[in-house]
Design a protein around this ligand. Sequence first.
Ligand code: MOS
Length: 754
Amino acid sequence: MPENAQMSVIGKPQPRVDGPLKVSGAAMYASDHHFPGMLYAVPVEATIANGEIWQLDTAAAEKMPGVRAIFHRANIGRIFRSVPGQGFEGICIERRPPFEDDVVRYYGQYVALAVADTFEAAKAATDAVRVTYDQDKPNVETDLKADDDPEVVVTTYGPVRRLQSERGDAVAAFANASVKLDQTYVTPAETHNPIELQATIAIWDGARLTLYEESQGVFNMRGVLAQMFGLPKENVRVITKFVGSGFGSKLWPWTHCPLAAAAARQLGKPVKLVLSRKMTFQTAGHRARTQQRVRLGATPEGKLVSLQHDYVYDRSVLDHYHENCGETTAFHYSVPNLRVEFGRAKRNIGTPSDMRGPGAVPGLYATESAMNELADELKIDPVQLRVLNEPKIDEGLGIPFSSRHFLECLELGAEKFGWSKRNREVGSMKRDGLTLGWGMAGCAWIAARFPAEANVELRDDGTTRVACGTQDIGTGTYTILAQLGAEKTGVPLNKVEVALGDTSLPEGPISGGSMATASVIPAVFAAADNAITSLLSIATTTPGSPFERRKPDELTFEGGRVFVKANGPAGGVPFADLLRRANLRLVTGSGKSEATVGEEKPKFSTHSFGCHFVEVTWQPEIARLRVSRVVTVIDAGRIINPLAGRNQIEGAVVMGIGMALLEHTTYDPQNGAPINSNLADYIVAVNADVPKLDVHFLDFPDKEINQLGARGIGEIGLAGIAAAITSAVYHATGVRARELPIRIEDLLNSSVLV
Ligand code: MOS
């Protein structure tokens, strides 16, 4: 870090370096790319959710103008299965390659693919494909009872024990507790709705495949697609320069990716395939429906004595996605007796997948709602209940937290919100003729590092280049990488070139788990250090260099200049001068950092923490409920870019308003279709639903995670917010909603009348 902290670009609100490209339309998203001779593919979607294809009649479609081919099981060519590799390698949630058999397991499953000269011709051809089915009744039952699964189940991320965590004797302690709470909370299927639709463009050049893709993880996609086409990894290149957000839906390859590649192979032309919004509801993942029973036992003073969290989620027929609702349960509060266990229920639906804050977000809705209900039952302030149960260590793993400042979050949040003025009585607080409801909840999200590699160049024109094959999914990774490069090289931000989103670059982390920033910091810093080492060696070996007779360790590099340590920066020489004198265009350094995620025996429990304080207004005359105020405090270590960071938390809170009040994917019991599969019927929170959001970051750098002490912020803002909103709704209306989203019909039972 520069001695003069004023010069540092870390921790400063930096506008996005890629902003001008985006607002001017110059940023090229996957589907913006066009290639000579490119064809358009549109999949045919199954209109049943359970059964078998009986007949597929493509004759009429094949004769339509502009149609090149109608692909199906008999003519698509081989598409292989993929298997997971080491760690986070080879991940694919829907493993069955498209068209592998004639069985239909969910509505919208691809059963054929039309390819034509134009998108319109391809779309028209899909409508002309006649598919008849042997149809069974689909199982899309919303009441979830756990299937008969073994104690250890195989999941997308490896084997998991269904009894996730246990200490003491939770059952006995609950039975003997003087205060008990036993409630079940339900969260619906929710669908990611990034504005940019998923897209793949596939181009073959002999046995080499290039994919322009909307990917949150280009290297994983490369590995999976290489397996699916029986190619060495180095024959596949995945390019993702810009992503119009993902929320997890673009983390892993979906079945349309190999379809586009297979069609391009069969026809010898580039093929573009862009999903419709409807398809994204059917075949590109969603947040699983969950049913979570929470049992709390406590003393009359509010000390927890027992916590049981039993949850069931749904999954597709063939896949093993694990919705880890218990992720935070074992460490969030101090409790001597605890048991967390889960079950799964197969349904005829497309597979669920990671959606922003997977597991913890629905999980914390349940456990934090239970804490709020317990506080009401005990007539204890919900903030106080949490303070009373603050743990000293991670009691689930029996190890210390690397850095936990949950109590400071609560304190600052309560102060900023004015929580001390709360009157606990339901419906008692009024303003401007409206009834107010105040609620709060805590949140947590895992912090860790994926492995990462990076490269940094110092160039003879005084610029620098930072390269790392991670992605920017709209969250600000271009800007973060530029800041890291500027910090280490002293080059101003506007002279830092950032290259990401390409498997030809050093292998970067997925943009997932809120771990990209934490992961790239050590790799970029090591790369820059190595480039600087190379520069210092050149400075001492170039004939005529001012440092010719020095030893490299007598020199140092700071603020873009090389100087003799003993003499101080005054006699420093800019690195560009040294490079030019040596006739070098550039020096380069590579850096690498190891993963911490999935460590066998971690020394510390690394998580971010936070809390939300929410005000709602209730107008019983017209049954109108609005979220009118949210204060959020986040403890995520050092914030590299408070402008981009605040934007992350605000976006997550907006999504939380949607989660609490609006979002749910509904499946038709007749044919298994997600029936609200469009943005008119699947309601997300928009500007008009969102009040001013007040976001605060604590500043406690977590040095266990990287040199800068930065954890992640992409997901934590969505954790806990739904519980804070539902408790505020209870406070305003007297309606205890334990199934999301809260509907107007629920509120008509309000005891707080005109
Ligand atoms: Mo996030 S669900 O890891 O994109």
